[in-house]
Design a binder for this molecule. Structure first.
Ligand SMILES: [Zn+2]
Length: 414
């Protein structure tokens, strides 16, 4: 039995979130048709304040356990007004209020004409009650401020990174970025060192969140690894090593998040069902029925269906001449179809025992051209590197960041 190194969970998580948002988009699409024409939601970075006649205002600080319906009730907001607001708030922004948020109700004589919600003295949401209900989500300008942190490993990467003051989310990002090459549980040893420059997000001088890692170095057993954030595609954040190679591999090592191999790639295997010598052109992973199966790489569905002992199968065509095949699936994931573009780590189906299988497992094949190769032993190719057109810019940024980090390291490490 071989236990696999855990593949970065972040991909799975982000794909999960992506699918959730897709579902939400579909949901909201259908809702748009049911929407009454007099209600409109505005959501933009530009916020215009209408000249409102305000005779008096009521301020309310949200208490623990309070939700917006309770607050409306307490302030005797007419049911029909509350209903109009909830109808307009399709994105459920009002459900996101938190204790200590400040709600202002503005009245003109006895008529409620606007509600605004603020957090940490910053406006979040503005609701204007006119013949239409306008809900505006306010987006503040975010300032990015950078920080430097470094440390030497004494116990574990996590402990030492924590001790040097790196926030958890940044530690996770660091481990994810370098995690394709370095196993932070098994490869890291005392004396290894790490250093990084990362962002903090501020709104009006107040820190709201940690931002991205801009540049990072990990020295493992004397070998230096660098990672630079770079927008190779203008809208996609990626990390690259010193030579412009993508830190990420083009393929995940395994199509299941936690998996052990029940049968290896073997050209001369006795088939367990057919009981004759038949090449085992892939790897079998034992897993419970229903375990999600991920595409190991980005690509397009070439075949989806059932044609032989493989049962329910999906074949994905990747760039160059690579393709991967997933057999015995219990069922396919929703919205899968031939020709569909698939992301790395996207869930395409669920483990089952369809076709010739003694029990639930995933049979996974990796092909280069027409040749089956052992996906466990192959050296995984890197994802797309820095484009030729971007090289000059990338190299400059790499040099600048490296100099800056080296200088800081000289001061703070040793
Ligand atoms: Zn198999």
């Amino acid at each position: 039995m071989i236990i696999f190194k855990e593949v970065p969970k972040k991909i799975v998580l982000s794909l999960f979130l992506l699918s959730i948002s897709l579902i939400l988009i579909l949901y909201f699409d259908t809702k748009t048709y049911q929407k009454l024409p007099e209600i409109e939601i505005l959501e933009s970075g530009v916020f215009e304040i209408k000249d409102l006649d305000v005779s008096h205002s009521i301020l309310h600080s949200v208490k623990d356990g309070e939700n917006i319906s309770v607050i409306f009730e307490n302030y005797k907001i007419p049911l029909n007004t509350a209903y109009k607001i909830f109808r307009a708030d399709e994105k459920n922004l009002l459900s996101k209020i938190r204790p200590r948020d400040m709600i202002t109700f503005d009245f003109d004589n006895k008529e409620l004409n606007s509600i605004s919600i603020a957090r940490n003295n910053m406006n979040l949401l503005n609701i204007i009650l006119d013949e239409k209900v306008n809900i505006t989500k306010l987006e503040e300008k975010i300032d990015l401020i950078t920080s430097y942190r470094s440390g030497v490993i004494n116990s574990s990467f996590y402990e030492d990174a924590k001790n040097s003051g790196i926030p958890d989310s940044v530690i996770m990002d660091f481990a994810f970025i370098f995690g394709w090459d370095i196993d932070f549980v098994f490869d890291v040893r005392p004396g290894d060192s790490f250093s990084l420059i990362y962002e903090h997000k501020y709104i009006k001088g107040q820190e709201i969140d940690n931002g991205d890692i801009i540049f990072a170095e990990f020295v493992n057993n004397g070998k230096k690894y660098y990672a630079l954030r770079f927008y190779n595609h203008h809208d996609k954040k990626e990390y690259f090593d010193e030579n412009g190679n993508n830190m990420q591999k083009a393929f995940l090592r395994t199509p299941l998040e936690f998996a052990y191999i029940s049968s290896h790639f073997n050209p001369n295997r006795m088939h367990p069902v057919l009981h004759k010598i038949k090449a085992h052109n892939g790897v079998d992973y034992a897993a419970k029925r229903g375990t999600p199966v991920r595409s190991t790489g980005e690509g397009q569905i070439l075949f989806m269906g059932r044609k032989n002992g493989c049962g329910n199968e999906i074949v994905i065509k990747h760039t160059l001449d690579y393709s991967t095949r997933y057999c015995h699936l219990d069922r396919f994931a929703n919205y899968m179809r031939k020709g569909k573009k698939i992301e790395q780590g996207q869930i395409i189906g669920y483990v089952g025992s369809t076709g010739l299988a003694t029990g639930p497992h995933l049979h996974y094949e990796f092909k280069v051209g027409n040749k089956n190769i052992d996906p466990v032993k192959m050296k995984l190719p890197s994802a797309e590197g820095v484009f030729e057109d971007n090289k000059a810019k990338f190299n400059t940024m790499m040099i600048v960041n490296k100099d800056k980090l080296n200088e800081l390291n000289k001061k703070f490490i040793n």
